[in-house]
Write a new protein. Structure first.
Length: 257
């Protein structure tokens, strides 16, 4: 016999345990797109305590829909090894290109990240940042439903040694810091440079170059990196996103260990 009270109690207790155990992190990843999930995988695999916060119900960012809802994506030779490592199938297409089922890609990356020890919290938005003097020290979270409804509900706090903005085109986390703290970012102008129109070849290279610490304790990865540093978008080729997630994990591991 199913007891609804036990089902409810189990969900509340287990989620509460999970949230409480992640109030202090090594790394808070903001945005569960491909770069954020890959970063979480490598960070967790290295033994760091990492949680990913995603404002939407689903994870995967723009990868789910492939290109214009054709749920296939393209990666280039340089990034294929990451998918191979995660046992995600690729199919060669021409010289140096591979296609990947976008649903398998998202599911596979997510599964591997969770199995490595990363925790994923969906339906949670990053409302603000915790700052200590001249560095980022955590994130301020609230339910996305609260944000969408415009309710006056105070948030909660997650402390973290490092924070990754992998929110994609909107660069939601870096924008909060720029708007509220009037700080100088590690960009040419000291401010967000803004995203440019599509130029896939340049964008893929620049995504990796722009993956870096933009302010003490705050890193940018994936499309957030290009939008922060004023580079181009690349559309449904995702090799740079995967490589960016790996690179930001390496930068943070070096910084913390």
């Amino acid at each position: 016999m199913i007891d609804e009270k036990i089902v409810t109690k189990a969900i509340i207790e287990r989620f509460s345990e999970k949230l409480i155990s992640n109030l202090e992190l090594d790394v808070a990843v903001c945005g569960a797109g491909p770069s954020g999930l890959v970063a979480a995988y490598f960070l967790a695999k290295a033994g760091l305590k990492v949680a990913v916060f995603e404002r939407k119900l689903s994870i995967g960012g723009g990868m789910w829909g492939g290109g214009m809802m054709f749920n296939e994506i393209v990666v280039q030779e340089e990034s294929k090894h990451i998918l191979d490592m995660l046992n995600i199938k690729t199919m060669p297409y021409g010289s140096g290109y591979y296609t990947v089922d976008s649903v398998e890609a998202v599911s596979g990356i997510c599964f591997n990240a969770v199995q490595a020890g990363a925790k994923i919290f969906n339906l949670i938005s990053i409302e603000d940042l915790v700052v200590r003097q001249d560095r980022v020290a955590g994130v301020v979270i609230n339910w996305t439903a609260v944000e969408m409804a415009g309710l006056h509900v105070d948030p909660l706090t997650i402390m973290s040694r490092c924070v990754v903005d992998s929110t994609g085109h909107p660069i939601e986390v870096v924008r909060v810091l720029e708007k509220k703290m009037d700080v100088r970012l590690n960009t040419p102008s000291g401010k967000i440079e803004g995203e440019k129109s599509m130029w896939a070849d340049v964008a893929e290279t620049k995504t990796l170059e722009n993956t870096k610490e933009v302010f003490p304790g705050l890193f940018v990865a994936g499309m957030s990196a290009n939008a922060t540093f004023g580079s181009y978008r690349m559309g449904p080729i995702f090799g740079g996103m995967l490589l960016s997630g790996k690179k930001v994990s390496e930068l943070i591991i070096e910084k913390l260990k």
